[in-house]
Design a binder for this molecule. Structure first.
Ligand SMILES: Cc1cc2nc3c(=O)[nH]c(=O)nc-3n(C[C@H](O)[C@H](O)[C@H](O)COP(=O)(O)OP(=O)(O)OC[C@H]3O[C@@H](n4cnc5c(N)ncnc54)[C@H](O)[C@@H]3O)c2cc1C
Length: 314
């Protein structure tokens, strides 16, 4: 096992360790230190800070999608609080006239407590977003939740046309899911897939996954459905650009989306090439898992994290 791979595995392990997370949250010096590394990837700790970050990104020509960080809420009261915070996000986007959508995990607003609670809370948000002419993007979570998330998305699409869905190229089932989701309104966001999954269900990172992404991306682009090509992979970005040029596709229906702090220069290039571009902008205090995932998926980021932390210490 290479050292880089081992570091990546260790970080994924740390990401999921509730004990480490609560230690970080309860120890201000530790929290503040690691926050310096997280800041690169998040919009801030509060909605007010996030709105400022969103304004700045909008001024640079990027749309944003705002996510109040959190997932797997186990308590109905906390699910209601999270839903209320997302309603605040909708309100803030409208008040500040941001070029923004809302992104969320259904498990954050109650889906794992009770599917109906998740659905009801999602309806409340979808309605508020619709009244403000905004889009809500649903993230895709671990493989034990794929069916339920797609089912809730289907039910939402029976009532709303402003609800997008994320699909993960690493799952062997995704070509079938894509056909079904193409029948629904709402943007389709294509990602490689970030959660651990068994080999029977998902491909690991590598050429096979890149080929699967490439094929799904071509189907998505060719079908003319509203879509988001959500990857930082330079070779896939070039493929997408060439495919769009070659087939003279309508750029209005296509956007390129990347995570805040990850390869911003690539998003800028896509913007300069005339594409609509969007930055995924999470905010809140629950950045522990998010930071570890960003470091794990690209271990050289560890060096950057050390620089970010020490810069402040001096
Ligand atoms: C907008 C958006 C929404 C997402 N939503 C979901 C979701 O709902 N569910 C889900 O499972 N996953 C989601 N993801 C994460 C996704 O699945 C991947 O884990 C993540 O995007 C990295 O994959 P990649 O396509 O960039 O390819 P990779 O093969 O991981 O990376 C390709 C190249 O991009 C660069 N790169 C990638 N990551 C980093 C990094 N952290 N730091 C620096 N450079 C990097 C490197 O140059 C790397 O070689 C989302 C990603 C985006 C952009």
């Amino acid at each position: 096992m290479s050292l880089e791979f081992a570091a990546s595995e260790a970080l994924r392990h740390i990401a999921l360790d509730e004990g480490i997370k609560s230690y970080v949250l309860q120890h201000p010096p530790m929290y503040q230190t690691l926050l310096q590394a997280a800041t690169r990837f998040i919009g801030g700790e509060t909605l007010v800070q996030c709105v400022d970050t969103a304004k700045s990104l909008n001024q640079q020509g990027f749309a944003v999608t705002i996510d109040f960080m959190g997932e797997s809420t186990r308590d109905a009261v906390m699910a209601e609080q999270a839903t209320q915070e997302f309603l605040n996000v909708v309100q803030a986007i409208a008040t500040h006239k941001l070029d923004a959508s809302v992104s969320l995990d259904l498990s954050h607003i109650g889906m794992v407590i009770d599917a109906e609670l998740g659905y009801d809370n999602a309806c409340t948000l979808a309605e508020a977003a619709r009244q403000n002419d905004l889009e809500v993007m649903i993230s895709m979570e671990g493989t034990d939740r794929t069916d339920l998330i797609l089912h809730i998305h289907q039910r939402l699409c029976e009532r709303f046309d402003n609800i997008g869905m994320t699909l993960q190229a690493y799952l062997y089932r995704t070509p079938d899911d894509l056909e079904r989701v193409l029948e629904r309104p709402g943007k389709i966001r294509l990602v490689k897939g970030a959660y651990e999954a068994t080999q029977t269900l998902a491909r690991s990172r590598g050429a096979d996954l890149d080929l699967a992404y490439h094929q799904l991306m071509q189907i998505l682009l060719r079908r003319g459905h509203l879509c988001s090509i959500a990857t930082h992979d330079l070779s896939l970005l070039k493929d997408a650009h060439n495919f769009i040029q070659e087939h003279k596709l309508d750029k209005e229906k296509i956007e390129f989306e990347m995570l805040k702090g990850v390869t911003p220069e690539r998003l800028k290039t896509m913007s300069e090439d005339g594409y609509r571009t969007r930055v995924y902008l999470p905010y809140g205090r629950e950045w522990h898992l998010y930071l570890c995932n960003r470091l794990a998926e690209y271990p050289p980021n560890l060096y950057q994290a050390i620089v970010d932390v020490v810069k402040v210490a001096h």
